[in-house]
Design a protein around this ligand. Sequence first.
Ligand code: PPE
Length: 304
Amino acid sequence: MPITTTPKIWMNGELVDWDKAQIHVLTHTLHYGTGVFEGIRAYETADGPAVFRLTDHMVRMHNSAKILGMEIPYSVEELVEATKETVRSTGLPSCYIRPIAYYGYGEMGLNTLPCRVDVAIACWPWGAYLGDDAVEKGVRMKISSWTRHDHNTMPPAAKTVGNYVNSSLAKVEALKAGYDEAIMLAPNGLVAECTGENIFVSRNGTIFTPPLAAGALEGITQASVSRIARDLGLDVQVGNIARSDLYIADEIFVCGTAAEVSSVNSVDDRSVPCPGPATRAIADIYAKAVRGQDARYADWCEHA
Ligand code: PPE
């Protein structure tokens, strides 16, 4: 999706002009994928832009860095403030936010220990990720021929730059085959997640979503919609999902910061009832919660 520029990007403590936010071609992370990042959204609310669960995203970024063995030179609180400052500088009522911590210029080779860590935060307007009206129409899913990383290969719980080679391979394969998105299986064959979303599968009155141990990123939207679903009185369990559960599901939805809540209308050409009643109800409340329109979830909205 093409980027629309905004006035400033935060780099190592300063807001710099969008066009000047540049790095050297010998930046370590460009060569080795050794960075961590986040995807966050700010939504328009009655009280100005509110960043959805900003602190939780920055805690996860620190956790990703911890798994990688990287020391981010800014605290969670400093990253939260820097993000708010960047959002304000755009003047936008809503935007997508991309913080990244990466090993910078000055060292090459696989030893990251001497490398400096640089941090940047960019914002831009970003629309629907899995197509307009992804709740009502639903998305066509394909089980990827690519396997999600094993925990001892590339830790999938860390949102590292390099992990997304796996996601890109799966995404492009699915698109070229005429599908909208791919479902990734873990090396043990169980369902992990999608290329950029967590997955929920409803069968016989229970909604299951795979745990971190199954190779899923601990999604902040996943946690949010689980809470919303439970508040609706639905039975949500963190548990393993087999490929066959997908084919005979009563309802499937996927969720993520970019994708928000999207229905699934088929998996490998087996149709799935869409949109299911739980998906609709959850998507509706999620859309209000992120915009500060549901008092139960007001503390998720961190005003810029
Ligand atoms: N799994 C993966 C692999 C993933 O990339 C995301 C977010 C999620 C689950 C959902 O996590 P959360 O956003 O905390 O609910 N994917 C981000 C990147 C998308 C991109 O194309 O880049 C996102 O949604 O911002």
